[in-house]
Design a protein around this ligand. Structure first.
Ligand SMILES: Cc1ncc(COP(=O)(O)O)c(C=O)c1O
Length: 434
């Protein structure tokens, strides 16, 4: 049984300086409390209690190559020698841009930013300028950053969420104004008729979605759904935006759009694009993207295309070869299927669903979730007990059920993980109401 006392002591003491001891609310969640890490290597994180934990947070999905990959480290060291921030252009950002434009189907042009939240804002501004319309459509359970105008209905309580065919717009945080959601409409995902009906009103500037729902769950689009959404967007003059902040470079080298064969008008990338360095990108149709250059649409950011982050990005992208995905997928699938088998063996009712390098576990579900409302019926308290039992067995996973796999989660790591899963599953099974 691992102990986390030193983490707890530091968090309590440093809360004098840092609110809650953490610098993102999403780090507050996990029991027994936020952890403090000293270093990461490969599939492992080392904490201040001396624990060596197999890590499936992977920097909330960012570290596709694992912790501290040598190639990225070296590229960063080399760039630091040359300079840190020029407030001007440097060859490395053009190299980074070329790689993305060659890789990502929708990327005719791009602009870099520093976070997914930020480039989501850029997409909405661009779409409103291009269409002269105000309305934005998003989907229940989809997350596009923490800013006031889009942090709505990301994880609403079902009791507050209204009818499935006309979901209520629920603020994600205290402090958001009632008017901050003006112009925003929320729909159920994977329901094509709902999209067609809403877009037919002819006033929607952009429809923004995760092309596979991964911030909550790991849910693939239903047969024909993305095709239908794209057709409805084209018919009604709405700009289709794929938020690939999680799916990008995780569902394959070309992202969800490459995997599902649908090319949106604009797309957003962050997280895995630079294996943990703060890089984001908005990419898309040249005529839309050029509104930044010549159409009076402002896009700024002191840290955009910061050369050190760009160097990390280029090194990351060079490592994300087709062979990377082939090799890593084998580990991911072995892990996902192994967990499913253990739950069956131990008698835990669960849905283990999703993709090779990102999957999700929902306890208590009878069938795979198709949307947020299905997912919201999972036994979250039971899964939380399981994730804490796993942590005490040396495996760190997100409490919301997501597992992120990196190329460092090799057969040996998967074996150790499955051992821990078996122990944790046996421990919590008697407490679950199956
Ligand atoms: C799908 C999606 N979009 C946007 C964001 C926001 O990105 P960032 O945290 O870099 O601002 C996230 C973050 O988790 C995300 O999962």
């Amino acid at each position: 049984m691992l102990k986390f006392d030193e983490s707890a002591r530091i968090i309590a003491s440093e809360s004098r300086f840092v609110s809650g001891g953490v610098n993102s609310n999403f780090r507050l969640g996990m029991g027994p409390g936020p952890l403090v890490f000293t270093h990461g290597e490969g599939a492992y994180l080392h904490d201040v209690d001396g624990n060596k934990l197999i890590d499936y947070y992977c920097g909330m999905g960012a570290t596709v190559l694992g912790h501290s990959p040598k190639g990225v480290q070296q590229a960063v060291k080399d760039q630091v020698e040359k300079g840190i921030l020029f407030a001007g252009q440097s060859p490395i950002e053009y190299e980074a841009a070329r790689i993305i434009c060659e890789r990502i189907p929708s990327a005719e042009r791009l602009r870099f930013g520093s976070s997914g939240s930020e480039v989501a804002q850029a997409a909405m501004r661009l779409a409103r300028a291009a269409t002269g319309r105000r309305a934005i459509v998003k989907f229940e359970g989809h997350y596009h950053g923490w800013f006031d105008n889009i942090l709505w209905s990301t994880a609403p309580a079902l009791a507050d969420a209204g009818p499935a065919d006309d979901p209520a717009l629920i603020a994600g945080s205290k402090g958001q104004g009632a008017n901050d959601g003006d112009g925003l409409d929320v729909l159920q995902w994977n329901d094509l008729a709902a999209v067609e009906a809403r877009l037919a009103k002819g006033d929607v500037a952009a429809l923004v979605m995760e092309a596979a729902m991964c911030n909550q769950g790991a849910i693939a689009p239903g047969e024909g759904y993305l095709e239908g959404v794209q057709a409805a967007c084209r018919k009604h003059g709405t700009i289709l935006v794929f938020d690939e902040v999680i799916t990008g470079f995780r569902l394959g080298q070309k992202g969800a759009q490459g995997r599902f064969g649908i090319t949106p008008d604009l797309s957003l990338f962050a997280k895995a694009i630079a294996n943990g360095f703060p890089v984001a990108a908005i990419v898309g149709r040249a005529d839309l993207m050029d509104l930044f250059a010549t159409g009076g649409v402002l896009h700024g950011g002191t840290f955009n295309s910061q050369p050190v982050a760009m160097a990390a990005m280029v090194a990351t992208q060079k490592a994300l070869t087709p062979e990377h995905y082939e090799k890593t997928s084998v580990y991911g699938v072995r892990l996902r299927d192994g967990i499913r088998d253990i739950f069956k063996e131990v008698g835990i009712k669960a849905q283990v669903t999703g993709f090779e390098l990102m999957f999700h576990i929902g306890f208590g579900l009878d069938a795979p979730a198709r949307n947020y409302r299905d997912l919201a019926r999972a036994d979250k308290a039971g899964y939380s007990r399981f994730s804490q039992a796993l942590l005490h067995n040396g495996v760190r996973v997100l409490e919301r059920g997501a597992w992120f796999v990196s190329s460092e989660h090799n057969d040996e790591v998967v074996d150790k993980t499955l051992e821990a899963v078996r122990a944790a599953a046996k421990e919590v099974a008697p407490t679950l109401g199956n």
